[in-house]
Design a binder for this molecule. Sequence first.
Ligand code: SAH
Length: 365
Amino acid sequence: MERLDAFMARANAAYYASHDPFADFTTSPEITQVFGEVLGLWAAVTWEAMGRPDPVLLVECGPGRGTLMADALRAVAQAAPGFRTALRMHLVETSPRLRAAQAVALPEEVAWHDDLASVPAGPMLLLANEFLDALPIRQFVRRDGAWMERFVSDRSFVEAPVKDGTFLLPLPPGEGWGEGSRKHKPQTYTAASPDQAGPALRGLPHPDPLPEGEGAVLELCEPACAIAADVATRVTRNGGAALFLDYGPEQSALGDSLQALQNGKPADPLAAPGEADLTAHVDFAALARAASGARVHGPVPQGLFLARLGLFQRSGRLARTQPPAKAASLMQAAQRLAEPDRMGRLFKTLCIAHPDLPMPAGFEP
Ligand code: SAH
């Protein structure tokens, strides 16, 4: 029997080490070069606002084929040569297979890391597209008035009671869970004794009021929250900003969002570990809470963010220099990324920045 997050970590490590994930799904940088270009320019503009530190770390988490970074570098070399000279590239990537692809796509100066912990301290700009959704989650299910945790055994879910917990005090009223609650502020949590708190969810910032409905599912991505907290500490100490683009709701929401893609099609997440890509929705409100200390901007819908950054203008300018078929596909790609009923609304952009940094581009109210 394996806890769901352990199962998911093992399955995804095997999947990314042995498969070309882009055979199963595509991502924004693979859809259009303009995505990486505008994110590179966002980083350059933010670097100006930071006072042009030299050197500055340019970090990407989960760079896939290296496409986003290659497109960003090209745009930056042209539009912001000072930033291009100042930046030091650090990639956080665990898959040897994808590291090899990144080495082909990018200049030799890249340094790789297994996780953020070994990235040196310093002023930093960080980009992460569809990285957090691949990180392992835990799931809790409400049964007979108590919380059970989901484990995986023999390719199916089993539920075990949550025990031995230090329970955490509820969020202040109105700062809670679910649609309709007020915007989340960063929170700190104080441990209460388990008997004060009833059935325990160990170490979890749990919703208030706890959902009572039989079968309610609550998800928690501890590594994503740990990364948000680490990034917040780093940018607050040394300056900088981090941009996370991923899909998920603005407010923490109940429900099972674990999904698998195998051979490009939805699959049973437990059936074939290592053969399918496992993802879950990103809980942006939880990230924002974890990033307390830094300033959190957004989340704003990806479509709005990219449109503000000039996705359509840049795609249009590029299209004018291309043959008609390529020009049309560039404009269609921009629409796919930005239209609300496609990737524009479900995908969100969140920025964790130094508290004194002016409002980053794209996050204006
Ligand atoms: N950002 C890319 C790729 C997204 S796929 C794009 O937009 O195209 C997810 C990426 O995260 C892959 O590069 C994968 O190998 C990497 N990844 C997944 N889990 C990881 C982990 N725990 N630590 C570091 N990288 C991870």
